[in-house]
Ligand binder design. Structure first.
Ligand code: TYD
Ligand code: MG
Length: 457
């Protein structure tokens, strides 16, 4: 008699527990554990090992001939860039993002472009009625594109339909959380349903050479809803980010088996859908004024692409002994605490009686460690009310000992800044050796930099 092992899966993070609990031990969410049909242990599988009876296959060397996969380039450069060149046949791509960020719009535009090139493209919406999608396509001026459209949620129906004729070159499933597989029990959106539906769709894509795109919703902590397992199953994970109140959207590759993971695509959400932004620096720099304190420009690097962003800091002195607030938008709060500690311990600047606010302008998120020096400059400028020259940029990594470390691609950053009219740069020692149009001032330690800024030297 086959014995079914009970197991419970957290719907928020995908952690597995052997018994039900009110709170998930992994992500600490409440009431998220749901019973999941686990693997069936048969007497046969329990008794036999797997060392005989299989089919032998041939092992080959790394230098054997390879057939490079075909890519379907969408013609939307920012999307192609994030994908590493285009959608790869027989691959699965997951696009995650907050509701309303523009995933459906982006994919509708991409499918229309591909269909216009003569590729067979199917768009299956589980969220919107076909008429709704059609209406949106018409509003975006894509009404004439030969995209095959359907509203469906049953994976069996979808695969039966698509399996009949020649399979489409691209299949978009919007979204995977609305899909339902009848191989397994449970409501759509549960971890086991999402996993089973995705598995079936991916198998179809691999067998038929279809490029599959799954849309995934994002939970409040930023991971793609339900299962992290989904991220392991697909070849490429893209995340579509941005503040809904801002126009700008960034498509970021998180995982890519067919390309780099540090590329981004930048878009603006407009009346006529998403438009490409080929020069993102102009977008994240606010109107710069000579007299402002607490603002510096940092040349961030996204993959091979420099993006100039403005870092803003504000310090507010507290009268009472209340615990001062530290609020960060667009940067890591742990990293801010570290920079504040280094400024305090190594440079004698005290922020302990100040509230500190740090903001990256334009709704951008910086993860580049080279931002340390620019953040420090903004903080010092805010605290001392000394303006930073509006034609200067700064970058460098700061260590706990207060040293300023060189960072990767200094040259690329300087070149982009020069292109946008900046004339001065504060850089780590050892960076400015190369020919640069900017006047570079090098610093070895944060203390030297602080002394220079506050004219203490
Ligand atoms: P949508 O693509 O439906 O988001 P998602 O699929 O990620 O949930 O985008 C919805 C938002 O985008 C909606 O709030 C309106 C806005 N939008 C525009 O501003 N311009 C447009 O041309 C379109 C189609 C949408
Ligand atoms: Mg949508």
């Amino acid at each position: 008699m086959a014995k079914v092992q009970k197991r419970f899966v957290c719907q928020a993070c995908g952690a597995v527990a052997s018994k039900w609990q009110g709170q998930c031990v992994d992500c600490a969410e409440w009431n998220t554990l749901v019973e999941d049909a686990g693997a069936v242990v048969t007497p046969f599988s329990a008794k036999h090992n797997l060392q005989a009876g299989g089919r032998a296959f041939e092992l080959t060397g790394l230098d054997s001939d390879i057939a490079l996969p075909e890519r379907a380039s969408t013609g939307i450069k920012e999307l192609d860039r994030a994908l590493g060149g285009g959608f790869v046949e027989g691959s699965a791509t997951l696009i995650g993002g907050d509701p309303g960020i523009g995933k459906s719009t982006l994919l509708l535009q991409a499918t229309a472009k591909l269909a216009d090139q003569g590729l067979s493209v199917a768009y299956v919406s589980g969220e919107e009625a076909a008429d709704q999608v059609r209406l949106r396509a018409r509003r975006l001026g894509l009404g004439k594109s030969p995209v095959q459209l359907a509203a469906a949620t049953s994976v069996r129906d979808i695969l039966t339909t698509l399996g009949q004729g020649k399979p489409p070159a691209l299949l978009v499933i919007d979204s995977i959380q609305t899909m339902h597989s009848d191989l397994i029990e449970g409501a759509p959106g549960t971890v086991s349903q999402v996993r089973a539906s995705a598995q079936e769709l991916i198998r179809f894509a691999k067998e038929r050479g279809t490029a599959l795109v799954l849309v995934g919703h994002v939970t409040k902590d930023g991971s793609i809803a339900g299962p992290r397992v989904l991220e392991h199953m697909v070849d490429t994970v893209l995340s579509f980010e941005g503040e809904r109140s801002h126009q700008y959207r960034i498509l970021r590759a998180i995982k890519n088996r067919f390309g780099g993971t540090d590329e981004i695509g930048v878009f603006a959400m407009e009346q006529e859908g998403l438009s490409e932004i080929s020069n993102p620096s102009s977008l994240f720099l606010t109107h710069r004024d000579e007299t402002v304190t607490g603002a510096t420009v940092f040349p961030a690097l996204e993959g091979t692409r420099p993006v100039l962003v403005e870092i803003q800091a504000l310090t507010v002195r507290l009268a009472s002994g209340a615990t001062p607030r530290r609020a960060v938008v667009g940067w890591d709060s742990g990293r801010l605490a570290m920079i504040l500690a280094v400024l305090e311990a190594r440079c004698g600047l005290s922020f302990s009686t100040c509230e500190v606010y740090l903001n990256i302008a334009g709704g951008y998120r910086v993860s580049d460690p080279a931002a340390d020096l620019a953040v420090a400059a903004a903080l010092i400028s805010a605290l001392s009310e000394t303006p930073v020259a509006s034609d200067s940029i700064s970058f460098g990594e700061i260590s706990l000992s207060g040293e300023i470390r060189p960072v990767a691609h200094g040259n690329l950053r300087l070149k982009e800044a020069a292109k946008l009219g900046f004339t001065r740069a504060v850089v780590p020692a050892g960076t400015g050796k190369e020919k640069s149009a900017l006047r570079c001032t090098e610093f070895r330690t944060l203390r030297q930099f602080v002394d220079h800024m506050l004219r203490r030297d």
